[in-house]
Design a protein around this ligand. Sequence first.
Ligand code: 13P
Length: 245
Amino acid sequence: MPARYAIANWKMNLPPEGIETYLKALGAGGNGAARIVVAPPFLYLKDVVSLARSRVAVGGQNCADQPSGPLTGEVSAPMLRECGAEFVIIGHSERRTLFGETDAMVARKLGVAIESGLTPILCIGEDQKIRDAGEAGIFVSNQVKSAAVPPLQKVKTLLLAYEPVWAIGTGRNATGAMVREMVTEIRSALERFWPSRFVQSAPILYGGSVTPDNVADLAANGQIDGYLVGGASLDSRKFLAITTA
Ligand code: 13P
């Protein structure tokens, strides 16, 4: 399937070619129809907003689980919106594993993001141990279930990103066939736990060591609507090659 969304998660990095050159290349390059979203570190969000061309939207990599308050070091969803972000990544596995985000926190963040008018990109995915135990399907289903918050009733668009932890930053991507199996699990969980309109309409992306070299198999066999890209998104040429796959 041609990608509907291609999301660059820079994490705590900047593109070596520089933000301006990078965004110029994205604006000019490629003829794919994918909506491109760049998620820079918070400090650079406004720079990216002001330099982004029409094809490129901007997203936060995280947001607080409250709209405002005494939370030193946090950034709220309304602030992201105010600075020009349209999207926000919620529940990335690095947040869950390295910063202790629980399913309950992820659910609260999702609610605040929706109430603030941001389009959430909800990340779910199992680690290696869970996959080896044959429990990947039930694990992601439970993640979907725990994110079934009341504000879902009013959100216009919400993206899910299947990002298996074992594939993130390891150079070992899930194959298209593996991704397709998990997409089936995720759609079945959406059917059971979320308002019915999401079942078919929610775009599902894949993330985890996506590169120009492995994207063809994912596009052909993954049954996905796009990609959430870390390492390869720091190079405009590589990222563009992925967006047009
Ligand atoms: P990599 O593409 O570097 O594996 O990272 C994936 C990811 O975590 C995107 O959010």
